[in-house]
Design a protein around this ligand. Structure first.
Ligand SMILES: N[C@@H](CCC[C@H](N)C(=O)O)C(=O)O
Length: 276
């Protein structure tokens, strides 16, 4: 089966984007893993599938698959690439689109400067919403990671995040703790593990060990979760500049029950066709 694709990235978090509106696609987890494989396939952190919406109030449906082949709820950098893709491919001329995801609607908008801002929805913190097994609903909670007790803030941006503060992201235990946190028994659907260094009240540095993909150069939902966690802990004020290894995102959040806005670039790298 031949599949046309576009390779894109948002700050180095890279995607294979597939047009499921004009080509009929029903890919198996094995085929998805093959697309994501950096040696035997195209290579990416996530595969993004653009489809016709299933509800009347949306323009498109956006499906996200991690490099391990699992379908997930949300991807922030992918949302910006999604808008760039549907506009470049002539699927829409609208600058603002309403996009159906597994966890509701998001509203990305391409600005005149080419940057894209996404209304990522309202963050949730209740343990059940993550899901996170915990008897208490606290802003900061202890988690045993191997022999270490780590203080985390749990945030759902549609997908699950556990954010911890570190003194320096360059020496943070991302490699040693990432997989342990991702697969921790208290996160029944696994989790994205964020390591955040506060620079000042409007700036952080961030690394994220992503569920189903390992450490990526940037994570959009991870940036939203980190900024929101820092604001709730009284360490940050909106807007927050989030510096990742792939570049910078701007995150705005006005507080409880308000949506998070994420702004940043989206880049097309090349297009092609692969025989699966
Ligand atoms: N790279 C993403 C998040 C992709 C999904 C994540 N790995 C998960 O499993 O929830 C982003 O930019 O948000």
């Amino acid at each position: 089966m031949k599949v046309r694709f576009t390779k894109m990235h948002g700050l180095g978090n890279d995607f294979v984007v597939l047009d499921g509106v004009r080509q009929s696609l029903a890919l198996t987890p094995d085929q998805l893993r093959q697309l994501a494989d950096r040696r035997f396939g195209i290579g990416c952190d996530q595969i993004l599938l653009v489809e016709a919406p299933t509800r009347p109030d949306a323009d498109f449906r956006y499906r996200i698959f991690n490099a391990d082949g699992g379908e997930v709820e949300q991807c922030g950098n992918g949302a910006r690439c999604f808008v760039r893709f549907v506009r470049e491919q002539g699927l829409t001329a609208q600058r603002e689109i309403v996009v159906e995801t597994m966890k509701g609607l998001i509203r990305p908008r391409e600005g005149e400067d080419g940057n894209i801002t996404v209304d990522m929805g309202v963050p949730r913190f209740a343990p059940d919403a993550i899901p996170f097994i915990s008897p208490v609903d606290a802003v900061v909670q202890p988690l045993m990671v191997g022999d270490d007790e780590v203080m985390i803030s749990v945030v759902s941006m549609g997908n699950p995040h556990a954010v911890q503060l570190v003194a320096d992201v360059d020496t943070a235990p991302v490699a040693s703790q990432g997989l342990l946190i991702e697969n921790h028994l208290r996160f029944p659907q696994r989790v994205n593990a964020g390591f955040m260094q506060v620079v000042d009240r409007h700036a952080v540095r961030l690394r994220v060990f992503e569920r189903g993909a390992g450490e990526t150069l940037a994570c959009g939902t991870g940036a939203c979760a980190a900024a929101v966690a820092g604001i709730r802990r009284g360490l940050l004020d909106s807007p927050v500049r989030v510096a990742t290894r792939g570049g910078e995102l701007s995150i705005e959040w006005a507080g409880d029950e308000q949506p998070v806005f994420m702004s940043g670039p989206a880049t097309t790298v090349f297009t092609g066709e692969i025989d699966l």
